[in-house]
Design a protein around this ligand. Sequence first.
Ligand code: FES
Length: 399
Amino acid sequence: MKTDRIVIRGSLRDVARTIGQLPRRNSLIRRSRPDLPDEGFIPSLADALHPRRQDLVVQELRRESPSTFTYRLAPARDDGLIAPFRPGRYLSVEVPVAEGPPIRRPFSICNSPTDARRRNAYEITVASGPGAFIADRIHRDWSVGTPVVASDPQGVFTYEPLRDPGMLVGIAGGSGVTPLRSIISEALEGDGDPEGDPASLILIQGARRAEELLFEDEFRRLETAYPERFRRICVLSEEPREGDGRGFIDAGIIADAMGDAEAALFICGPEGMHRHLDGQIPMLPRTPRRIRREDYGRSGAPSGRSALNIAVRRPGGPFQSIPADSGETVLVALERAGLNPPSSCRNGSCGWCRARLLDGSVRYEPEPTGLRAGDRERNHIHPCVALPEDDLVLEIMEA
Ligand code: FES
């Protein structure tokens, strides 16, 4: 007789961790209310946890480097509360532009959930640089008291003790250190699960020069306070500093950080750094247990070679013709034309920008993680990472 078997995959450590959670789970169940919650409780809880829109205001700003500021965003209403979040998540922030409807940009929340809860405020760090048109606008237009519209906290770049191994190696390029600051601060000083395993954390922080290394004082303080659990390695590509690595983060530096431990890599930084690491990670002597990535989305670079056309409409509306470039994403072309398609992560993972391709073809470099089989069947594309191959006919959703 054939019997079904349940196969449990994973290490003994995973199994032990799962079993270790059971007493706590049972105690939570015992302490829960036996009566059903009021009607309306669940929808109002869902709204509080995942509001479609948060009306915030700049409460404070501070300079982190010559081109980088941190903005503290608190609820605009005195009785408002920020939506809670897991460390590593981002807010999709609306930035008004004179030429049309506001443009959305994702910014990682850089303070820890514990700090955010105590202050009732998020912190985001915004770095300007070549082509950082939106960051420049923010630096120019935001001051204390500026109203800011943001999404609820989103994203999957989060450390999960039950799933991830006990060692986390964070690899950050430039302002890519912001979500890792939240993860590290929460792991070391947050008031999370007191019974959880304390993770060991190594941060490999890359920048061009020392003055661009964000949160130096805070990371130094944490290294001193938690020498057994936190270590930082700095790598500078343009102006070396004594005691720091030179050049770019490579397989040798990552392997030294990992040692013999089972580790998860958390990588966040510009597109160029991700591409560089794509070539380095296969050279590691030990395969990381997990690799999680966050990038800030692609705008592409205008090639100037292919002047293309996108005929675009909203459902049921008339077509409008806009110019596009084969080197820039479809989303950038739409925003440049003053349209306001929905978007959030800008890296192909959330699916908010999903649009229907009626004619033409696009390419991805690489294929986005959020593209589902159903998207292919319905000819849905993710404009935030899709590069036009030829003229397109497109239907976008309402923002
Ligand atoms: S904005 Fe998230 S997939 Fe495009």
